[in-house]
Design a protein around this ligand. Structure first.
Ligand code: NAD
Ligand code: WQD
Length: 331
């Protein structure tokens, strides 16, 4: 298939481009580089030995997007492009709603015009809110606690309605749990701008000595050791989940959790990182972070049954690969 990947220079997108190329698909990447670096494309070429067509385009720009559809015959889209920092979304809700919703609307509109009927959307476990774990696709969604999360919940609803009204349209909504790790080559990985918000990049930067100490947000949650529990998933497993979803897609809406089904606490993750890499991660316990929930992990039955996909890489591999990338990474 010829696959258009929006946000394909970013963290999850770049790993998915690698998996798509390795599975024999050809790829067109569209990214405005607002949160990524062009050098990543060379790294992808180094890993795969394959060429990629690239457009530096903002996906909210309808005529620029349409131009791509007139230049190429596209079989399917994976739509990663979006802004994703939860705290920034609270400070700049308009920017988040505009970017994340308009990009999705433009893409679906152009897809319809050019008869492109396979659409894979990056959603998030955040749409489950504070439901009872494990989270199952059929659950009623709880409100999310921030504009970023709302953009995912609203995009899902928009896409589901559009799919209902267009019987030929095939939609996969993929709800990611906590993506971590990096490609085993150490060439591509997660490189957030500024001080990281998420746990794993914070841990790797503390290990590197870029940051002094990790702050563990709360140890009084109703979990095994009191710290938050999350379903960390290796980004390469996640990438492979996209290839499986794209291959499987049939008309209608299909929603899948992409997680491992295993919960790991913050302290367990720190411990795994220390064991995997033989390096200490100094930390202190501080207050809970507003908006956090105690536990979040997936029921993965549906993806396994329908897509034949399961996450294969364990927490040690996630920690080892995350560290290999951080160690080599130069800003
Ligand atoms: P990322 O920031 O690394 O990648 C997103 C890419 O999209 C970047 O390269 C950015 O430059 C590009 N982009 C943003 N807005 C754009 C626009 N209007 N036009 C063109 N390009 C644009 O983020 P990621 O972690 O790879 O996340 C990919 C997707 O998965 C996002 O939609 C994100 O919300 C979703 N998601 C991420 C996580 C996570 O923890 N990383 C979890 C659940 C869902
Ligand atoms: C994980 C755990 C923290 C940092 C977020 C988004 C979600 C999704 C994934 C995009 C929590 C604890 C963290 C730190 C800590 N993104 N922590 N010290 O909050 O589960 O999910 O990223 O869709 O929408 O909300 O991920 O990595 O920020 O936190 O103790 O410095 O680590 O409290 O328990 P989260 P996270």
């Amino acid at each position: 298939m010829q696959v258009l990947v929006t946000g394909g220079v970013g963290y999850i997108g770049s790993h998915t481009v690698v998996s798509l190329l390795e599975a024999g698909h050809s790829v067109i990447v569209v990214d405005n580089l607002v949160n990524s670096k062009i050098e990543t494309l060379d790294k992808i070429k180094q890993i795969t030995n394959k060429d990629i067509i690239f457009y530096q385009v903002d996906v909210t720009d309808e005529s620029a997007v349409e131009n791509i559809f007139t230049n190429h015959s596209i079989d399917g889209i994976i739509h990663f492009a979006g802004l994703k920092a939860v705290s920034e979304s609270v400070e700049r809700p308009l920017t988040y709603y505009y970017n994340n919703l308009v990009s999705t609307l433009v893409l679906v509109k152009v897809c319809q015009k050019y008869n492109v009927n396979r659409f894979v959307f990056s959603s998030s476990a955040t749409v489950y809110g504070d439901n009872k774990v494990p989270f199952v696709e059929s659950m009623n969604l709880f409100p999310t606690t921030n504009p970023y999360g709302e953009t995912k919940a609203i995009s899902e609803r928009i896409l589901i309605d559009i799919t209902k009204a267009n019987p030929a349209f095939s939609l996969a909504i993929l709800r990611y749990f906590n993506p971590v790790g990096a490609h085993e080559s150490g060439l591509i990985g997660e490189a957030p701008n500024g001080i990281p918000n998420n746990l794993m990049p914070y841990v790797t930067q503390v290990a590197k000595g870029k940051l002094n100490k990790l702050r563990v947000f709360g140890n009084d949650y109703p979990t095994t050791d009191g710290t938050g529990v999350r379903d960390f998933i290796h980004v390469t497993d996640l990438a492979e989940g996209h290839v499986a979803a794209l291959d499987y897609l049939t008309a209608g809406t299909h929603i899948y959790n992409l997680g491992t089904g295993e919960g790991t606490s913050v302290l367990e993750l720190i411990h795994a990182f220390e064991v995997a890499n033989e390096i200490k991660v100094p930390y202190e316990i501080v207050e809970r972070r507003p908006g956090d929930i105690a536990s979040c992990y997936a029921d993965t039955t549906k993806a396994k049954q329908e897509l034949g996909w399961v996450a294969k890489r364990d927490i040690i591999e996630m920690c080892r690969d995350a560290w290999r990338f951080e160690k080599n990474y130069k800003e």
